[in-house]
Design a protein around this ligand. Structure first.
Ligand code: ZN
Length: 376
């Protein structure tokens, strides 16, 4: 099979407007499905909502060894308020750069693993195999991947590569993410007679102070470091001359393996109960982590070394991915890395671009990982 041009495929994928919301990934999924079917892959489409299609494409797969899985999301974030100096959908190139919304995060990554998979299809067809999970709806709470995992639509995989932007550095995972909404209530009164009311904002100020003393059940992780907590929004009061009877904050916690989000919610509720505050979890994404000593992870490090200045050391990436839900869908035990051609700093930026050289490196790297997986 001749290699398909990953640069041209990246440009083609950029032309699909998959800004989320509304996403509307179906047409993009069908185009990728057609390319993969032509190379011998079997395809399935799963829509968690109208036109919100994820694609699963599989080839080969032995009894003894499950396929290697590569994943990427088709949706992108909006363009933002600042004007772009390049067309966000035309795939304009300038030297080594291809510009467009989603070039780095992460259509360049999808193009790279699709190109590698098409090249390796003949070998994969008669061996352990390759499965590609190309999702919808990642940018708002990993909806597509969660749907696939919750509905048990994922078959088998033996290892997972999440091709999110890492400039081809292999990361062994990322923190989990748990967001909470915390409310305080009081009694309203005229602002000139505050002693007749009960001020919800004053209560919330005490809540925020309490949160500054909160201790996570696990204080640190060997590779990920400390869990964190940040008060992201605050709202309360309707007018200056009234005692406010309601205040609300949202809290962003980033967790490490071993912290259960349900228990975390209960701990926060217990801490804040004396203030009369209620705590409700609003977003829940598990951490993703594989021990760096894992044999396949070590093999990935080896394969990446020629593309980096030195052999990688174990690190985790700051953002979260579909990887946690997909790993759960595959039984929770498989090794996973986050590894892709995009530049992490350019994700979600105005004038987002991806290095064409990096995309081509990724094709080589992914083809190596697929070949090695399918050769033993
Ligand atoms: Zn992404």
């Amino acid at each position: 099979m001749t290699r398909i041009d990953a640069r041209a495929l990246t440009r083609e994928l950029l032309a699909f407007n998959t800004i989320n919301p509304p996403g509307m990934e179906r047409a993009c999924a069908q185009r990728l499905g057609a390319i993969l079917e032509q190379a011998g892959f079997q395809t399935e489409y799963h829509e968690y909502a109208e036109a919100r299609a994820s694609l699963i494409a599989t080839i080969g797969g032995g009894q003894a060894k499950a396929p290697i899985c590569f994943t990427g999301h088709m949706d992108t974030v909006p363009l933002g308020a600042a004007p772009w100096s390049h067309d966000a959908f035309a795939g304009e190139t300038d030297g080594d750069r291809v510009y467009g919304r989603g070039s780095t995060d992460m259509k360049g990554g999808i193009a790279a693993f699709v190109a590698a998979a098409v090249e390796l299809a003949p070998l994969a067809a008669r061996s352990a195999g390759i499965t590609l999970v190309i999702t919808a709806g990642e940018e708002i709470g990993c909806e597509g991947a969660r749907f696939l995992a919750d509905r048990k639509l994922l078959d088998r995989a033996g290892a997972l590569v999440v091709a999110e932007p890492t400039a081809n550095y292999p990361y062994v995972g990322h923190k989990g993410l748990a967001w909470f909404e915390i409310e305080t209530h009081g009694v309203t009164a005229h602002g000139s007679m505050p002693d007749l009311g009960d001020n919800a904002i004053v209560k919330m100020a005490r809540v925020i102070d309490d949160l500054g003393h909160f201790r996570f059940p696990l204080e640190s992780h060997a590779v990920m470091g400390k869990p964190t907590l940040n008060v992201g929004t605050i709202r309360g009061g309707l007018n200056t001359n009234s005692v406010p009877d309601e205040a609300r904050i949202t809290l962003d916690t980033r967790t490490v393996p071993g912290i259960d989000h349900g228990h975390l919610c209960k701990s926060l509720a217990t801490l804040l109960a004396p203030r009369g505050a209620t705590v409700r979890q609003i977003v829940d994404c598990a951490p993703l982590y594989t021990e760096p000593a894992d044999e396949w992870v070590q093999h990935v490090f080896e394969a990446c070394a020629p593309f980096l200045d030195a052999r990688p050391v174990p690190k985790t990436i700051t953002f979260s991915t579909d990887g946690a839900d997909l790993k759960r869908g595959y039984g929770g035990k498989i090794p996973a890395v986050v590894l892709g051609p995009g530049e992490p700093k350019l994700a979600h930026q105005t004038d987002e671009w991806c290095s064409i050289g990096r995309i081509e490196q990724s094709v080589d790297l992914f083809a190596t990982l697929m070949r090695d997986w399918c050769s033993v």
